[in-house]
Design a protein. Structure first.
Ligand SMILES: [Zn+2]
Length: 211
């Protein structure tokens, strides 16, 4: 647990935006017309690019994490409890969107390959639970980037708090609130993604961390 996080890669977001655009265009074309077919082909290519980019990113990220960390704690999305209302539905869509299950499979494979531990923990209420006192902040929305506990006043970056909650669920008990500074995983260039990344994370990334 050292506060490293991964920004949503810009090229990926651009591709996804292009896909949405092409889908809109496609819906306006006459079915099976030349223009329809052209758009359809471009759409398929864009989907292919997204798939390749993700796979590449996942494998490089997995290799990096499995090299540097001994334990991977991640949210078990199969655990019942995620089926909640409101925020959860959007959240599930986003997780689907970021192909979390593929990422997870790759990470698990990379860690197990090196004889390291992968520990799924229940995903229930992760973002809303206070790491310090275990209280729940019911009013936390997706737009709140900072977690503030209404019970004990604990205040921390939202994703960092959620990560700590997951670590706690894994059985890891820190001596005190660890002094963790957030910083993006710098070696994205080292991941072979030079010049193709950048920008701030606007959406909540699927929380995963290694500790
Ligand atoms: Zn609290």
């Amino acid at each position: 647990m050292d506060g490293r996080y991964l920004e949503n890669p810009k090229p990926l977001e651009r591709s996804l935006e292009r896909i949405r655009m092409l889908q809109r265009t496609l819906s306006r074309k006459k079915f099976l017309s030349n223009n329809w077919l052209k758009t359809k082909t471009r759409l398929a290519k864009q989907h292919e690019r997204v798939k390749d980019f993700r796979r590449d990113l996942f494998f490089k990220l997995g290799a990096l994490l499995a090299q540097e960390y001994d334990l991977l704690v991640l949210e078990d999305l199969n655990v019942q409890g995620l089926v909640q209302k409101g925020e959860t539905k959007r959240r599930r869509m986003r997780l689907y969107d970021s192909s979390f299950s593929e990422l997870r499979a790759v990470l698990e494979w990379q860690f197990r390959k090196r004889g390291k531990l992968v520990l799924p923990v229940p995903a229930y209420n992760t973002s809303r639970e206070c790491f310090l006192c275990g209280g729940i902040n019911q009013s936390l929305t997706l737009d709140d980037r900072v977690f503030h506990c209404p019970h004990c006043g604990f205040t921390l970056d939202r994703d960092l708090n959620a990560s700590l909650v997951l670590l706690k669920r894994s059985g890891w008990v820190p001596p005190s609130v660890p002094a963790v500074e957030l910083h993006p995983i710098p070696p994205l260039p080292a991941l072979g993604l030079v010049g193709r990344q950048g920008g701030a994370m606007r959406q909540e990334a699927p929380p995963f961390m290694a500790g």
